[in-house]
Design a protein around this ligand. Sequence first.
Ligand code: GTP
Ligand code: MG
Length: 612
Amino acid sequence: MSRHRNIRNINLEDEMDDDYDDYDNYEDEEESEINTSGLYTYDRNSLSANYYTYLTDSGRNSPAPPAPPSSNASSSYYPPVSTAAPTAGPASAVPSSIVRNLTAPSLQQQKPSKHPNSRPSTPQAGSNLNTPKRTQQVKNLQTEAASPSGSRVSSEVDLSTFRRNQLQNIAKATSVPRKAVKPRAVEKDLINLIVVGHVDAGKSTLMGHLLHDLEVVDTRTIDKFRHEAARNGKASFAYAWVLDETEEERERGVTMDIGRTSFETTNHRIVLLDAPGHKDFISNMITGTSQADAAILVINATTGEFETGFENGGQTKEHALLLRSLGVTQLVVAVNKLDTVDWSMDRFEEIRNNLTVFLTRQAGFSKPKFVPVSGFTGENLVKRMDLSWYDGPCLVELIDSFKAQEPQSDGPLRIGISDVLKVASNQLVVSGKIESGEVEKDDKVYIMPSVTPATVKECANNDGWKHCFAGDFILLTLQGTFEPESVQAGSVIVRSGPDTLIPAKKFEVRLVVFEIATPIIKGAKSELYSHSLCMPCTFTKLIYTINKSNGEVLKQRPRFLAKGSTAVVEIETEHDVAIEAFTSCRAFGRVTFRSGGNTIAAGIVEKVITPQ
Ligand code: GTP
Ligand code: MG
């Protein structure tokens, strides 16, 4: 019995018997027509407390300002983002911090191109980010900007108008000319590799040992870890400590957050994401998975342990389904701890046969590869092992055979913030991944959904490069005026212009329902996860269920969604969020739903709903 049994809250679930074969088709299906007639409305809950106080106070206690006859007039009362300086009169009542926030981007629009060979920042023809839907969203905003707004009857209306004006101006702003994208000459493609599997499968030990064998971590460090771990009675965790870096993780012998490091193989640069296996930290696993291009699923081959992880409500199935639901298609299965069963071929084959059926028929992986390893004793990691029954590639050779994603450096800027590391009132250090576009020092950006303008003061990727491109994990120092909680994990950095990201609250999602005890009904509450975002949400409409084998609509407006069903639903988040249709941005269009500590469904955003 391993060390986690006493803390693991095992939920004995039935073996999943439903078929997810058609899940692959999601990515290929055409996005349905978006409702283009609607206009955006924005919720005051998503505004910061300061905005709320200021505007509601002025709305209630002061005489209502005259209704603006046009968007321009409206903008002069509520200073628009694109106005160079605050206007006189009512605008002077706006706290200086807000004025600074709103006026900063004007510099961006007025600044002439620094580079003679500049190019527009809008996506070029062929970029899959320049979709008709995005163009329509922008048109909606522009149409609205051109039409007269109604008179304000309450402070709530003021607030929506204010926020809508902000977004209109950001969307209407001319794109900032960018210099021609010359991605760094890189010898090797980048692959973001996530390591997943049931708690205690040996993920961190396996990768720590691999890093040692690749000479990324030296023997002295491992000896030091072994010595210190032994003092805590955890000598066997020496290799795991390479990735389990926090005191609590080391004390408990459990990975709690994603461990991140990088190494190189013959053909690739690998960013390694070591996920926690314990159920309590699954949200961190989901965050890591949403950044991954490929995965290693680690299986504990010890007698009884594979069964615990696979059949008895363990995390093996949930992790595999999450990988696939979040768009990871390349998978290697590392059958680990084979030293504990004397390198038994029968055990390896038993695990391979069981898992192949599940991974191909239910999870939808086309060709998972299996490799026998021991993370503890180190066989078959970087050197092929001499085994009578296996003469295939070792783990590092399989990692090297993964294919890298084509980075979209010429698309619109999208940086998903995964961590806010340091906060001062006018400066933030954030980490995140560039999903599309490129960024460098002095760029003017916005942080969505709070619509906070900022200037990039410093920018560097993992290797210290200052001009960073799609696919890079970066550290950014941002300067601006930051309200509490206006920038957090799950926020997205964008530029102004027609290809900006418009935050919203309502979405149509195509999803697969996981193994759940209680069916999902209309009005059910859940938590929505997308990239690093976690937000309460409600299933507001169950639109239709789909036949998994042929994709046909099974039932319109079903009363509930049972386990294993595939359906299109409408969800409404508690506040505005920065997510997009999967066809616009894959990373921000993948969503997962959790409830009561379990993942209940996962899928893709089909459209962002614009309220009438
Ligand atoms: P979480 O991240 O908490 O889910 O755990 P993990 O999957 O990262 O497992 P970890 O690397 O922390 O290892 C758990 C225990 O299994 C440690 O005591 C390791 O020494 C042991 N272990 C890992 N790999 C092997 C192996 O190949 N053989 C043997 N015998 N023990 C192993
Ligand atoms: Mg671990």
